[in-house]
Design a protein around this ligand. Structure first.
Ligand code: ZN
Length: 150
């Protein structure tokens, strides 16, 4: 667990300092605003589709280190994936951060996402870590333009 904790620190620090895909997207297919009023995190997630594939993801906004790092990791993992793969990943991520993994499912199998499993002990942090994912989810499955964790 201490390796994972160290990796957690490193990943959060790195992605907070130099977030990937942190930019406004012109001509996005979807732009969804996500708010976490408890912490003050707010981001716009931009999506560009090509058929069933997510051709591009970017985000802008501001918030705590965990929320920003999570959005950054999410964007870097999901570009090039299908919408269905992104949905499946959203569901896995949600199980990971809420500590509700399926029997036999190990956090270590989650690759880069595994580091976020640590937030499951801190309910307020779960909202920070999952904000970008909920915002993405809204962009994939609904016409909502704004989502809130509250
Ligand atoms: Zn936060």
């Amino acid at each position: 667990m201490s390796d994972l904790r160290e990796l957690y620190q490193e990943t959060i620090l790195d992605h907070n300092k130099s977030p990937r895909n942190f930019r406004k997207m012109e001509h996005a297919d979807r732009a969804v605003d996500g708010y976490n009023p408890l912490c003050g995190d707010h981001y716009t997630v931009y999506l560009k589709f090509k058929g069933d594939f997510i051709e591009d993801i970017s985000f802008e906004g501001a918030g705590c280190a965990i929320s920003k790092a999570s959005a950054s990791v999410m964007s870097s993992l999901l570009i090039g994936k299908t919408k269905a793969e992104a949905q499946a990943m959203f569901e896995r991520f949600h199980r990971l951060v809420t500590g509700a993994l399926n029997p036999g499912e190990e956090a270590e199998e989650f690759g880069k996402l595994a580091v976020f499993g640590g937030v499951s002990e801190f309910p307020a942090r779960v909202k920070c870590a999952s904000l970008a994912w909920h915002t993405l989810h809204a962009g994939l499955v609904s016409n909502e333009a704004v989502v809130s964790t509250e």
